[in-house]
Design a binder for this molecule. Structure first.
Ligand SMILES: *Cc1c(COP(=O)(O)O)cnc(C)c1O
Length: 370
């Protein structure tokens, strides 16, 4: 069987180093807010080029904390609007609404699956305070036009970088393009911890300071609380693991790219819409967290591959505005987003996938008869 993502095999590559690190953490007697977290924060700051990194509990918290930080700094207030793509994972939207901010959804570009930058300006109102870009499926979402819009309307740009660690735009890493970025190290992400964790990166040291306190009960100094904070911290064990795995992320992402290039080069079936070709596959703008195709008869296509021992998944079956959690948005129509959610299928891709496996998947797809 070809697994969608073999996390065990990914971590097995580093198991000796990971076990040594685990032992060292166990023996240290220090499990939170220690040297491994400090080290990982400095590794991540250096990797992205952003001057500050704050290790937190998970990716959703990373994004929530960015908005909480801006609210405490007086830059945003509840009721303000944040523009976000309509076709993202719900966590992006939760981070906005959780802070009493209003998500304003904008359709994606069908060619890239990222927010359609040409449609952002018409969604701006006097209450708009930020644009959240999501580098969906691992593809960097950025442009000079986006920067111009943000500057003109005095908006913050927040990156949801949960899926795109290592991607670059014009030589700058995602996570260092906007005003602040949230990372997820959920085990299935390109840089996966062995449990939950996440991080914020930003060049803004006031925001960094504020978030650091909010994530620690609202306190800079033990038992002195400046904010009504929360508890969201990366533990020492995960930090130690992540510093080890971060050293390999560029190599792992480049292996993902070679699989993507193979898919793009050799898949030929009119029933399947591939990701935009051009020079995309090997472009450093894409780290291929997911390789997503579209097909009209999705159920049949997925069953066909399952019968041939190939696991596939859907990212994502229901868009945020159609979820029960967002009843107030249910009446809205985002036709491009809905088309995407009805037709997408994610094919297996990972740094431990073999060329033979990718070729077997391609062959199966080429023989598929809609
Ligand atoms: C995974 C993910 C998140 C949330 O990260 P967690 O660590 O699971 O909380 C947020 N946004 C996107 C786009 C994601 O893929």
């Amino acid at each position: 069987m070809i697994k969608f993502l073999d996390i065990q095999k990914i971590n097995a590559q580093y198991s000796n180093e990971l076990k040594v690190a685990a032992s060292a953490v166990i023996d240290s007697g220090w499990y939170l807010l220690g040297n491994y977290v400090k080290q990982f924060e400095s590794d991540l700051a250096a990797f992205t080029g952003a001057t500050n990194a704050i290790a937190v509990g998970n990716g959703l918290d990373a994004l929530r904390l960015i908005f909480k930080g801006y609210i405490e700094m007086g830059i945003m207030q509840p009721g303000d609007e944040v523009i976000a793509p309509a076709n993202t994972y719900i966590a992006s939207i939760l981070s906005i609404s959780d802070n009493g901010l209003t998500p304003v959804l904008v359709e994606p570009d069908l060619a890239t699956y990222n927010i359609d930058i040409a449609k952002i300006e018409e969604a701006i109102t006097p209450r708009t305070k930020a644009i959240m870009v999501v580098h969906l499926y691992g593809k960097a979402c950025w442009s000079d036009e986006l920067e111009r819009i943000a500057k003109k309307h005095n908006l913050k740009i927040i990156e949801d970088n949960a899926q795109a660690i290592g991607a670059t735009w014009n030589g700058t890493r995602t996570g260092n393009l906007g005003d602040a970025a949230g990372f997820s190290f959920y085990p299935g992400k390109n840089l996966g911890a062995l449990g939950d964790s996440g991080a914020v990166t930003t060049r803004d040291s006031e925001l960094e300071n504020t978030i650091r306190a909010i994530a620690n009960y609202g306190s800079h100094k033990k038992y002195v609380n400046k904010y009504q904070g929360l508890n969201s911290r990366m533990d020492e064990m995960q930090a130690a693991f992540l510093s080890i795995k971060l050293k390999h992320i560029d190599k792992e992402n480049s292996i993902r790219r070679t699989h993507a290039a193979l898919y793009l080069e050799k898949t030929e079936n009119n029933a399947v819409v591939l990701p935009a070709k051009s020079e995309e596959a090997l472009s450093l703008e894409h780290v291929w967290h997911l390789f997503v195709i579209r097909t009209k008869n999705r159920k049949k296509f997925m069953n066909y591959l399952t019968e041939r021992g190939i696991q596939t998944l859907i990212h994502y079956p229901i868009p945020p505005h159609k979820q029960e959690a967002y009843k107030k948005l249910n009446h809205l129509t985002y036709s491009i987003t809905e088309k995407i959610h009805n037709e997408v299928v994610s094919l297996p891709i990972s740094p431990v996938q073999t060329t033979e496996e990718t070729e077997a998947i391609i062959q199966a797809i080429n023989q598929y008869d809609e």
